[in-house]
Design a protein around this ligand. Sequence first.
Ligand SMILES: CC(C)(COP(=O)(O)OP(=O)(O)OC[C@H]1O[C@@H](n2cnc3c(N)ncnc32)[C@H](O)[C@@H]1OP(=O)(O)O)[C@@H](O)C(=O)NCCC(=O)NCCS
Length: 265
Amino acid sequence: MINLTLSSSFTRKHPRIFVFQIVFPMFVLCLSYDIIPLRLVMLMVQEKINKELEINIEQARLSDIPGIAALFTESFDESVRHHCGGILPRPQAMQDVFTLVYQAEPQAALVARTLSGKIVGYCFAPTQLTNLWFRAIWSGQLIKWAWRWLTGKYGFGLHPVKVIVMNKIAFLSSAVTPTQKANARILSIAVAAESRGQGVAGRLLGKAIEYFSFRKAKLVRLEVRPNNAVAIALYKKWNFVLTGYTQDSQGKWLIMYKEMERHDV
Ligand SMILES: CC(C)(COP(=O)(O)OP(=O)(O)OC[C@H]1O[C@@H](n2cnc3c(N)ncnc32)[C@H](O)[C@@H]1OP(=O)(O)O)[C@@H](O)C(=O)NCCC(=O)NCCS
């Protein structure tokens, strides 16, 4: 009893000494005499590592929007700042935009998620984008956005409106696109910096193409900056071909199309 009282007050007063001089040596002793099988410990460690490394591609949930918006903001930092007059907007701004896109077609929103639940990639692959503004108006989103903007929830002034108008003008005066109309789009795709180069974007794109097949889409369109060599290589690998270009206030865009093949459809 006295011993127990002594040891518990000792561990409270000297937790480091307790762990490094008592618990750790005992653990090593147990391992060396195979009281705790080494294989079991290694399996437990491996499982913990796998939880972080194993990534599933699945349909996004509404609760994923803050994670997606954060990943978008860090992946397209320069572009976001350009639209917001050199600053990053409050998270609410991007979350509202992505909520609108998500609610228009939830099946078109894909995420790459680790087993521990962290979002390390996303892809928006809609097949019905044309009514987005109409949807924003009739669902009351536009009024909600206006109110949030006026009450300073977005953290920016009039700059984005100016950029959007400038972009529209630049786009209309510069677009050189094929006459065929695409009925599917890769609207946005990004992978967290620490998970790049492991095939995550390839898997997201594969799942998006599967979805386009399911929706019987014939032609898929996307836009990419000419200096984004990694993304261009990724799209070429999935048989997207360069078919035109356009421009916005930030510079040139390449337009790429993919014709869904018979085995895709
Ligand atoms: C573009 C992006 C989505 C690629 O994601 P990723 O998960 O690293 O890509 P993957 O590992 O699936 O690679 C797929 C293909 O891309 C190309 N690629 C990937 N990394 C590359 C690199 N460092 N250099 C050249 N090509 C590369 C290769 O063709 C690769 O296929 P392979 O591995 O069979 O050769 C990612 O870099 C990103 O999020 N960038 C910032 C956001 C962005 O630019 N999005 C695209 C906007 S259009």
